[in-house]
Design a protein around this ligand. Structure first.
Ligand code: HEC
Length: 149
């Protein structure tokens, strides 16, 4: 029995170590977060375009998910100095003009929080919230992302 406990503790330890080292790869972490946001947007974009009927619950789930992800966007830990090289499309401007990047992140966080607070109950109010949130994606990508060759 003792041995069994020792054995089963090993993977738990491994998980704990992994969690502590999670930010060892900030590029992978921020890209995963961005992809997750992409999925949330993808689930409600067809509603904004009128391709799918408005559904308040679906919309709210996606907006909450998006806001949760946005609030996790911490420039200091996800975009630390030195993480501008490697498999990344992050533009040097993030570090050259960090104040502007932090401001863009803060605006995005405020807009996703406002979209959740708006709690859209019809297509029109949803579209307003959707546009408010998604303009951040394009604006930030244009300013702070480079195209991969
Ligand atoms: C404040 C700036 C900012 C905002 C706002 C932002 N992004 Fe990004 N996004 C970035 C940066 C910088 C990268 C490049 C990350 C890298 O490659 O290291 C990126 C990369 C991505 C990627 C590619 C991830 C990968 O695997 O390479 C996707 C998808 C993405 N963003 C989706 C979104 C969506 C959808 C939104 C809006 C809902 C959004 N982003 C809002 C800055 C932003």
């Amino acid at each position: 029995m003792k041995r069994l406990i020792a054995f089963s503790a090993a993977p738990i330890l491994a998980v704990a170590v992994f969690a502590a080292a999670a930010n060892a790869d900030p590029i992978a972490d921020r890209q995963a977060l961005m992809k997750d946001q992409g999925r949330a947007i993808g689930s409600i974009a067809p509603i904004a375009k009128g391709e799918k009927p408005f559904d308040a619950a679906t919309v709210m789930t996606a907006l909450k998910k998006l806001n949760d992800d946005a609030q996790k966007l911490d420039p200091a830990t996800l975009f630390p100095a030195g993480s501008d090289t490697g498999d990344t499309t992050a533009a040097p401007k993030i570090w050259e003009d960090n104040a502007a990047f932090v401001a863009a992140v803060d605006k995005y966080k405020a807009d996703t929080a406002a979209a959740v607070a708006a709690d859209p109950k019809d297509l029109e109010s949803f579209k307003t919230a959707f546009n408010q949130v998604t303009q951040n994606c394009g604006t930030c990508h244009q300013a702070f992302r480079v195209k991969k060759n």
